[in-house]
Design a protein around this ligand. Sequence first.
Ligand code: NAP
Length: 256
Amino acid sequence: MPFTPARTLVTGASSGIGAAFARALAARGSDLVLVARREDRLHALADELRSRYGVVAEVVPADLSRSGIGPELRERTGPVDMLVNNAGFATHGPLAEGDAARLEEEIDLDVRALVSLTRAYLPDQIAAGRGAVVNIASTASFQPIPGMAVYGAAKAFVRSFTEAVWHEARPHGVKVLSLSPGSTRTEFFDVVGTTAAAVGRFHTPEDVVETGMRALDARRTPPGVVSGRANAMTAAMTRFLPRRMLIGLSGRLVSA
Ligand code: NAP
């Protein structure tokens, strides 16, 4: 059965995977609440969604790395049937040389905002007895990554957190899913500042969204899904490698 929420909030909708999610959901008839910092991009997407799909598309410009963002946004938007926690970015380079403020911002956005938004919107869905939360993790979540220590740990948090909440929400009829893309052709690597962090074949944002929507369409939505067959196999293999070998290998793969 196609999962068809009436109203979906997508964070990081101004580009990449977030914009692709917004288009896919509008195509299913969902109204959209589009959140990111670049307001002009959000308005352009909202206009496109209204004219192509006839849905209601609201633009809510916000910097999600601020403390207290979940309750603040929930107050502004009201409840939504589906939440896509997609906004995120990565940093690259040895921790001891990293920009300390930027590393904190990475945790604020990739971890704190995601928890704050999930906490803020989930109770409405539980009360309604239906809904969905999709949290974008990464194949980076499956092993520690020397050279991207904060990003790997942040995404491991996202996956662990999401799987636990999947279990809590399931008896209430709410689907909670962690979606782990591998290298995807978006603005992500422009923000990182290097493609050294890219591992494996590049996929499109549409491929990633299709994997996520297929998992939501399933009657028994799993706690997590990896996008791309090769990515899923590599992620599964990390369980069997000795830890030293795994860490060394992942560090070599992303080093410039
Ligand atoms: P992207 O094209 O760079 O998109 C990132 C989105 O996050 C943008 O819409 C950006 O919008 C938003 N954002 C960044 N900082 C924000 C802030 N402080 N407040 C609000 N919004 C903010 O990258 P993407 O690949 O689509 O990334 C989407 C998600 O996929 C991320 O969580 C990323 O970690 C994950 N991921 C990506 C890849 C990949 O290879 N691309 C692989 C695995 C996982 P504004 O700049 O307008 O605010």
